[in-house]
Design a protein around this ligand. Sequence first.
Ligand SMILES: [Zn+2]
Ligand SMILES: [Zn+2]
Length: 373
Amino acid sequence: MKTKQYFFTYFLLTLFLSGVSLAQQSAKQPFFKAADGMQWLSTDLHIHTVFSDGSVWPSIRVEEARREGLDLIAMTEHLEYQPHSEDIPHPDRNRSYAIASDALREGDRLEVINGSEITRDIAPSGHFNAVFIQDANALLHKDSLTGILEANKQNAFVFWNHPNWDKTGIARLEPFQQYLVENKLLQGIEMVNETTYSEEAFQIALDHNLTLMGGSDIHGLTEWSHGISSGGHRPMTFVSVPSSARLSDVKQALFEGKTVVWHKDIILGKKAYLVPLIKENLVVTQAYYPKDKTLMQLTLSNHSVMPFELQYLGAYSFHEQSDVFRIPAGETLHLKIKTVSKKERIELPFLVLNALTAPKEHPKISWDAIPQK
Ligand SMILES: [Zn+2]
Ligand SMILES: [Zn+2]
């Protein structure tokens, strides 16, 4: 009995240890392939700890992000809302960032930046994140507008949080947000927050040329909210930067709107950035006709960490698939296309069903298949 127990414990321990090393291994691979000389930097720029209304110490945020393979996180504590202030008094509002920075280790790919969540009590949401700030203390004012002005003075990147937060769930620009947009005090908008996706926020971003953002707004543990250990993921914003990018390049790219957002295995972004990302990650190779057959064969490989769902829009039919199919993360699919006669070249047009370039708009991607002779 004792031996049995021992082996069971040993088995669990081995499983646990191998699980940890696997998680660390996968963390080194990029989530999405980028063009040569470029990278898609993984970020979560909306995070809370006990230094506002979150439940964990900042070092836990760093460990979560490290395990999930993130490149950059921002500590964005509420400035005005401080429910733990009696137990954790901190006149210096930069403490969360300072502690998180100290939790970084030599060799970490992960970086941490300073931020704050500025709150105005209006509907829809009057919450705004300022990231890449110099000093959180200087943002704390009775009037939230003064805080936003100060954030802009510090050359921070400012975005509107969960604009869908009110009784209707509909994001819309009310006079205060309109004022911020018109005066260029607001550069981005969360179309994804926590577990929600707002089509209306997506449209506002397109109409007013705001950067598309997605943040976890995590208060508890990311594992509890997003089931990381069972294949889930937190919302992330991917920023397109050169491979050799520094933090200043990331900030610049955010100002320029070079982002895509990953949410519940859907990828969303402006056409100019999302379509190239899909083309880098879904690749057609090895088209050929087997001897004496007119079934063109080829492989479609998915180099990303998310599955892609495709709908074929062309006139041919497939031997083993219907017009709708899924390519799991990191896998290769073999397609046999019934072209009736041998073709020199065919076009393969698809809709990417789990990608969005505007509300309800799925990008159309086309590949050329040129069979080897
Ligand atoms: Zn908020
Ligand atoms: Zn928040």
